[in-house]
Write a protein that binds this ligand. Sequence first.
Ligand code: AKG
Ligand code: FE2
Length: 387
Amino acid sequence: MASATILTTNSPREDDNEYVFFHSGGVPTYRKVVHRANSQEKANIIPTIDISEIDTSIEARKKLAKEIYHACTTSGFFYLSGHGVPEELLNGTFDLMKRFFALDHETKMDAHVQKNPAIRGYEPMFETRLDPRTQGDIKEAFTMGDDPLEPEQEYTAKTGNPPPAGMHRPLNTWPREAPWWREGLYKYYNTLMPLSLKVIRLMALAFDLEETAFDHYFKFPITGIRTLHYPPMPKESEPGAVGLGAHSDNTWLTMVLQDQVPALEILSKDGVWIAAEPKPNTFVCNVGRFLERVTNSKFIATVHRVRNMTGERRYSLAFFQTPDPDAVIKVLDCCLEPGEGPKQDEDTVGDLYVRRVLPARPKHPKSNKYQHVPVNELKYDLFYTDI
Ligand SMILES: O=C(O)CCC(=O)C(=O)O
Ligand SMILES: [Fe+2]
């Protein structure tokens, strides 16, 4: 089968479904897709890594690290099982999401993302539009994340410092009529946070580094939870309609909890869309572009999208783990082959992060405010200032 051609062009191909459009870094990219996968390509592309032995010995962790290395250098995706998160918490979190998204529109809109200077909160249907050829993403979502001012996150205990000067109000926004939502999401967030850091230690081991080698990136990292509700896509949807348009993640590591409704697809290196089928009691994990960057693209931030063609509602929850905003992203020495140079320049995580978030949210007043600032001059601390 012919390999996929990567075209870095800004010219939209309006009607051409032979191309997938996605954001990767700051550049909108079109890539040719192939419609028929042979069975070999579909088989085992997303391995399952069972980490139930992770706490037993360094040898056990080194073995897991090899599996991580293989997954991250091939498909960029893996299922994580044996993770120890109680099934009751996973099921309870699905119940919580169903209850939240069933609330009336006004209650949810109390926390509308457009009121929040840090671009957190509730996103109604069509708020985002990852693929400019569509009418928007057919999903609703709620996002919360790292927040030095929310007591649940124990900023001072974790860092030994007071919250950053210049922060005067929390970054997160919560609907006033639903206090159970904040309580429930924090239970999940505070469970996934240490688990994600354990997986990241395996990633350090995967490069034969000390297992703590990446810890310095994650003192009080940029993290986020995005709860997602994808209604069935209407039959009359225009061709190319999506629940979430094709993208690679603006993270180091993403861990997705998905229900039993299949809809997530990943783009193989040969340009074939492959289903990431639901597997109970697992997280679908993937490499984000910050990890891709420090590994000089040895680990792959694979493009993926969501299309719910099932006729049922789908709920999922993405946990995003990204380094500290002031961490400097520089290619690891161990990832440079003799004579090879870094594919991208050194830069600060927070600034790179905001340069992707703002352009992806053209409806947000903050994007509007900064629309005349060249994207490479955007700075992370604009999240701390008023709209
Ligand atoms: O809903 C999913 O399964 C994936 C969500 C996702 O890719 C994202 O939020 O970045
Ligand atoms: Fe994603």
